[in-house]
Design a protein around this ligand. Structure first.
Ligand SMILES: Nc1ncnc2c1ncn2[C@@H]1O[C@H](COP(=O)(O)OP(=O)(O)OP(=O)(O)O)[C@@H](O)[C@H]1O
Ligand SMILES: [Mg+2]
Length: 388
């Protein structure tokens, strides 16, 4: 075994990165880069903080547009303004309603029924409360929980505290799947975080560089512009891609013992970061969304044909053990995949037939290998579940 090579790598001095943690993609920075959208959200939240007027919000926008980091920042700042308001932030991904309540109040006994857990939570409220529920679209059966959180007094007569919800999701059509009575009880005001533009991305990268690089001059202004241009144009301004590209380009230069990033590092780093983010997004898809994405690789990406293709694929893969989505659900899935940057719609002119006509086709925007791998993994899991 060539241990001297490993030793050499281990002893190699960092030439660019001073603090690797700064480039973790979900790291909350000390200082938020603010923009118009941030101020809009602050104004909306302040209605509850200042006047205690309940004003439930739905914060939405493409992945990597700063929703979570901004919610974290608000939550951290609340004690500065008021000691009469409590605030909580829970990431709902894969959580059941009871698990969300337990996260909101960890003193709660774990074996309570949903209704008892809700009662326990409401009774334990000591102050008016701001609740951020992040990735609400990825929680399990959140409807009843949201309905009850929006009517605390009705559920628990002794509760005289107000709850203001801030629901966060990057699925632009999530709200549509809620029952009408829940939507009308929540009365959500939408705040949309639009994709970052080139200038925003450069500001975000520069903040990271100033904390994480030994010398900010390790990367040039043109190189930063190149990353920002690419991310703004091709990756709907996803700040995670930009932050990862910084980390990977620095690592590539360090591997050559250089203290300056070069052109080729930027190119490779962008490719590598896109691959990482794509894998991360594909792994997080539900089976149904994954089937929809998989069907986009078929030879006929025409929008109407796609619905049938997807159903056939889903039936085949699961050996008919799948509940097929309605056409409208399927179109919602496509919209979600588009927001995740995994597919894109294109209008083309179809010259087959008597008269040329325009039609919408769907193009995958990801590496097929990653999708194939994930499908294969899930097929394994699906058949294991069937055996057990
Ligand atoms: N305005 C900002 N200032 C500083 N860092 C930011 C800003 N916006 C985003 N980032 C950084 O980019 C990364 C992604 O941001 P964030 O997690 O807030 O995205 P998101 O909108 O919640 O995405 P998703 O929809 O995928 O959950 C985080 O590391 C975050 O710290
Ligand atoms: Mg988030």
């Amino acid at each position: 075994m060539n241990s001297s090579k490993l030793q050499e790598i281990m002893e190699r001095k960092a030439t660019i990165i001073k603090n690797p943690e700064i480039f973790e993609i979900d790291q909350t920075p000390d200082e938020l880069v603010e923009r118009r959208e941030t101020s809009v959200l602050f104004e909306e939240v302040a209605i509850f903080l200042k006047y205690r007027s309940v004003h439930n919000l739905l914060l939405t926008g493409h992945p990597g547009t700063g929703k979570t980091v901004t919610a974290n920042s608000i939550q951290e700042q609340i004690p500065k303004f008021s000691d009469e308001i409590n605030s909580f932030l829970v990431n709902c991904k894969d959580l059941t309603p009871n698990e969300v309540l337990y996260n909101l109040n960890p003193t709660m006994p774990k074996n309570l029924s949903f209704n008892d857990a809700m009662f326990y939570f409401l009774k334990s409220l000591e102050k008016d409360t701001l609740v951020f529920l992040d990735e609400i679209d990825k929680g399990r059966n959140m409807g009843d929980l949201l309905y009850k959180l929006s009517r605390p007094k009705e559920i628990c007569k002794d509760c005289d505290k107000k709850i203001n919800l801030v629901l966060i999701s990057n699925n632009p059509v999530w709200e549509d799947v809620l029952d009408a009575y829940i939507r009308s009880s929540l009365q959500l005001t939408r705040v949309i975080f639009s994709p970052y533009n080139k200038k925003d991305l450069i500001r975000i990268m520069k903040k990271r560089i100033s904390k994480g690089f030994m010398d900010p001059a390790a990367i040039s202004e043109e190189q930063l512009e190149k990353i920002a241009d690419f991310v703004a144009e091709q990756r709907t301004g996803d700040s995670r891609v930009a932050i990862l590209a910084l980390k990977y380009s620095a690592r590539l230069a360090e591997r050559r013992l250089k203290d300056k990033i070069e052109e080729e590092d930027i190119q490779k780093a962008i490719t590598e970061s896109i691959r990482d983010i794509e894998s991360f997004r594909i792994v997080s898809l539900s089976n149904q969304d994954l089937f929809a994405l998989y069907s986009c690789f078929t030879t006929n990406p025409n929008l109407d044909a796609l619905y049938d293709t997807c159903n056939n694929i889903a039936r085949e893969i699961t050996e008919n053990k799948v509940k097929l989505p309605s056409k409208s659900t399927f179109f919602r899935e496509l919209l979600y995949l588009e927001t995740q940057g995994l597919i894109r719609k294109e209008i083309v002119v179809n010259t087959e037939g008597k008269t040329p006509h325009k039609e919408t086709v769907i193009r995958p925007n990801v590496d097929k290998g990653i999708v194939d791998n994930e499908i294969n993994l899930r097929i394994g899991k699906i058949s294991e579940n069937k055996r057990s």
